[in-house]
Design a binder for this molecule. Structure first.
Ligand SMILES: [Zn+2]
Length: 505
């Protein structure tokens, strides 16, 4: 079971059916985090986890103050390491010292405007090395269980090189390296004047085809409005329109304009959301008041437009203020809104399962045994960790299944199972063979009737998983049929573990 931040209700909250003393688990995703090197800034996975530990200390400090002002509805009481990733971090000495900072469960990381990001004379695209580095961290054990990598490209490369140079680098980052989104920075890459130009449109169009989210650095409302306009134009243009409905745009830092009504006009668009990094202090009441009253849309709830982010290492622990604010009396939403903002929305944007050009077609195979009230699960997780530690396989990703969009549930208290929308009992990992072009999804899940199943799926074809949305109609009849047909029922968990090699044949 992946456990996370635990909060306790400080009083009865009748309109949410919550009773004083009940505890809840929240799953936190940091949507905006840099790794690599830029002048005095440096960050690595270990640095990120250290930072989250600091963030937790800062939260505890702020909680003390808020408690004495009687300002909190929920008190954060502890963070608990998730069993599967935590066991993996503990399995090797050099990993073990990074097994901390579990306030944050997952982190979306992208390059800085790195010292080595500039396009060289050798004809290579900008950010090539940066994208390689991000993939090196995010698609290998143990960090692949915590980090989700986004690539960066510079559309203006096309001015001095081939017209499709940035598009090709985007393809490489997503399809070959396994990155899962795109960060664009019109200011740092000096294409603010080229925003409406074809060179930008081509990159956005490709992102739409690849079905990946795009996070735009936005420092002011002017840029945000231009981004919205270019997307609207592309939706009308024949060359682009057919794929544009699938393109999700994240406006970083809420355009640094939480008091501007125009921000919320943009966020009414179901494909637009904004991350909260840089917002603090008086920004917070403004942001949540305006978002909850102005984002009126039949296509989404207001809280689906906001994503928690830290912008580490450009910013430090001020993000703690936002987390605490969502637990306060002043926050205009429910605990479900808090869970969406702190993590659910980000996971929903990444719902495409990890796969690369090594994608492999194969028929699904599944093993099943009794879960013995959850004890079998830990045994299988341990077996998978030794598999990952072997020389043969790389753990490229570890995702959880999610509720379909717009159905995010109200979190349940721990005494009723503690479900918060993230199916931590249904984990989809990607394994890549180290010495050949081969990848597969391993899907470990609890089923009704205390049954545990472990399935091996191809990453390509109609019996592969194309979404992490956990609903029968999204998973595909073909896959369900094949899984049922190819399930081997084992006597107990030790015989299931013995049979794991049969999944790979
Ligand atoms: Zn940033």
């Amino acid at each position: 079971m992946i456990v996370m931040l635990i909060v306790r209700a400080l009083e009865d909250i009748p309109n949410q059916g919550i009773m004083k003393g009940e505890t809840f688990r929240l799953y936190i995703v940091d949507t905006h985090h840099h790794m690599g090197r830029e002048k005095s800034h440096r960050n690595t996975p270990g640095g990120a986890y250290d930072f989250y530990q600091l963030l937790w200390f800062e939260m505890k400090r702020l909680v003390q103050r808020a408690l004495s002002d009687d300002n909190l509805l929920f008190e954060p009481i502890e963070t608990i390491a998730p069993s599967f990733p935590s066991m993996m971090f503990d399995s090797r000495k050099s990993w073990k010292r990074m097994n901390h900072g579990w306030l944050v469960d997952r982190t979306i990381v992208f390059p800085y405007s790195d010292d080595y990001s500039k396009r060289g004379d050798n004809g290579e695209p900008s950010f090539k090395i940066s994208n390689d580095k991000i993939a090196g961290w995010t698609t290998r054990a143990p960090h692949s269980s915590r980090l989700i990598g986004f690539g960066r490209v510079d559309p203006t490369d096309a001015k001095s090189g081939p017209a499709d140079i940035a598009v090709k680098e985007l393809d490489r980052a997503i399809l070959d390296l396994g990155l899962r989104g795109l960060k664009l920075h019109p200011l740092a890459q000096l294409f603010i004047d080229d925003l409406e130009d074809d060179i930008t449109k081509r990159v956005l169009h490709r992102a739409a085809e690849l079905q990946i989210p795009v996070i735009f650095d936005t420092r002011n409302m002017r840029t945000a409005i231009r981004i919205k306009k270019i997307i609207d134009i592309m939706r009308e243009e024949e060359a682009y329109s057919s794929v544009m409905s699938g393109l999700n745009i994240i406006l970083a830092h809420c355009g640094m304009s939480p008091g501007d009504p125009k921000l919320y006009d943009i966020l009414k668009d179901p494909n637009f959301s904004a991350d909260t990094s840089t917002l603090h202090d008086q920004d917070l009441p403004l942001l949540f008041e305006m978002a909850s009253t102005r984002i009126k849309s039949s296509a989404k709830r207001w809280s689906e437009s906001l994503l928690f982010g830290t912008d580490y290492s450009f910013l430090s622990v001020q993000a703690a203020e936002l987390i605490i604010y969502t637990f306060s009396r002043n926050f205009p939403g429910t605990l479900a809104d808090t869970q969406r903002i702190l993590g659910g929305n980000a996971l929903s944007l990444i719902q495409r399962p990890f796969r690369t050009t090594r994608k492999t077609k194969r028929s699904p195979r599944q093993l099943a045994c009794t879960n013995d009230g959850g004890t079998s699960r830990a045994v299988v997780e341990r077996a998978l960790i030794s598999l990952i530690r072997s020389k043969e396989w790389e753990l490229s990703s570890m995702d959880t299944m999610l509720p379909p969009k717009q159905t995010w549930p109200q979190p349940l208290p721990e005494n009723k199972g503690g479900f918060n929308g993230v199916y931590t009992n249904s984990i989809l990992t990607t394994l890549q063979a180290k010495d050949m072009d081969y990848e597969l999804h391993l899907w470990l899940r609890d089923n009704p009737g205390d049954i545990l199943t472990l399935a091996a799926l191809g990453t390509k074809g109609e019996d592969a998983l194309t979404t992490t949305e956990y609903a029968t109609h999204r998973i595909g009849e073909c896959l369900i049929e094949e899984l049922t047909k190819n399930t081997r029922h084992e006597r107990d968990v030790s015989s299931l573990v013995d049979s794991i090699p049969k999944l790979f044949g």
